[in-house]
Design a protein around this ligand. Structure first.
Ligand code: ADE
Length: 245
């Protein structure tokens, strides 16, 4: 996959992309991440990329010409095509479904804006997707772009150590993930559930599935509504939930 990110602050991306899973995925050739400074396509001696808002009001808006020119130039840099994703709090809420959708693309172009956002013509005539990472406003689209890229890259086949990891994660099977433990078996008097030490794989699987169900029922009952449970699981869950209240 090829990812191109257009931003006024390419320096913000070093760090998150230079470590751990993303770095490994880049080194393994699973993804290339290309940062482009929008200002390089802004005209004039000062290469100004923003301007006042028509009709008045606070803040500055990013001018359309540099973004269109940058995107068009970046498109020419490689033959692959794919969505042009604009990060904005007014976009579609980013979730697991959209992550998987985007991970199937050959290429992503991501537009990260600052100030009050982009001129509306960028939204209407350039972006194919508008994506929000949550109902809060950040200072720009850079952190949201990093969130999106991290979530997408870990879905690429081979990006995680074990092929099962991505399957086992919260949300991939529609439930929150069961708690994990590691050594020691007892820490400050708190013990690891005995079943996990039993070496009994079927029992461990059953315990995990039930913990997934319980955690989801307690914290995200909205997710459970889309899920079909066996009669036995339903009974176990309603007993457990009764105990908890
Ligand atoms: N830009 C500023 N806030 C944002 C958010 N919550 N999601 C996506 N882009 C943003």
């Amino acid at each position: 996959m090829r990812i191109d990110i257009l931003t006024l602050f390419p320096g913000m991306f070093s760090g998150p992309f230079d470590e751990s899973i993303i770095k490994r995925a880049i080194d393994a050739g699973l993804v290339s991440i290309n940062l482009h400074n929008i200002r390089d396509w802004a005209d004039g001696k000062h290469q100004v990329a923003d301007d006042y808002v028509y009709g008045g009001g606070p803040g500055m808006v990013m001018k359309p010409e540099p973004i269109f020119a940058a995107t068009e130039a970046v498109l020419e840099m490689a033959p692959e095509r794919g969505p042009i994703v604009l990060m904005t709090p007014a976009g579609r809420k980013f979730d697991h479904e959209l992550t998987v959708e985007l991970a199937a693309e050959e290429r992503l172009i991501i537009l990260s804006g600052r100030y009050e956002g982009f001129d509306a013509r960028v939204h209407e005539h350039l972006a194919t997707h508008e994506v929000s990472i949550g109902d809060y406003v950040l200072s720009g689209g850079e952190l949201p772009a990093m969130v999106l890229v991290d979530a997408v890259v870990r879905q690429l086949p081979g990006a995680l150590g074990s092929p099962d990891s991505v399957e086992d994660e919260s949300f991939s099977h529609g439930l929150l993930e069961a708690p994990h433990y590691t050594r020691p078996p007892e820490f400050r008097g708190w013990e690891v559930p005995a079943v996990l030490l039993s070496g009994h794989h079927a029992e461990v699987d059953k315990w995990r599935r039930r913990q997934n169900l319980l955690l989801t029922a307690q914290r995200r009952p909205d997710l459970l509504e889309r899920f079909s449970l066996s009669k036995e699981e339903k009974e176990w869950l309603s007993e457990k939930l009764d105990e908890a209240f």
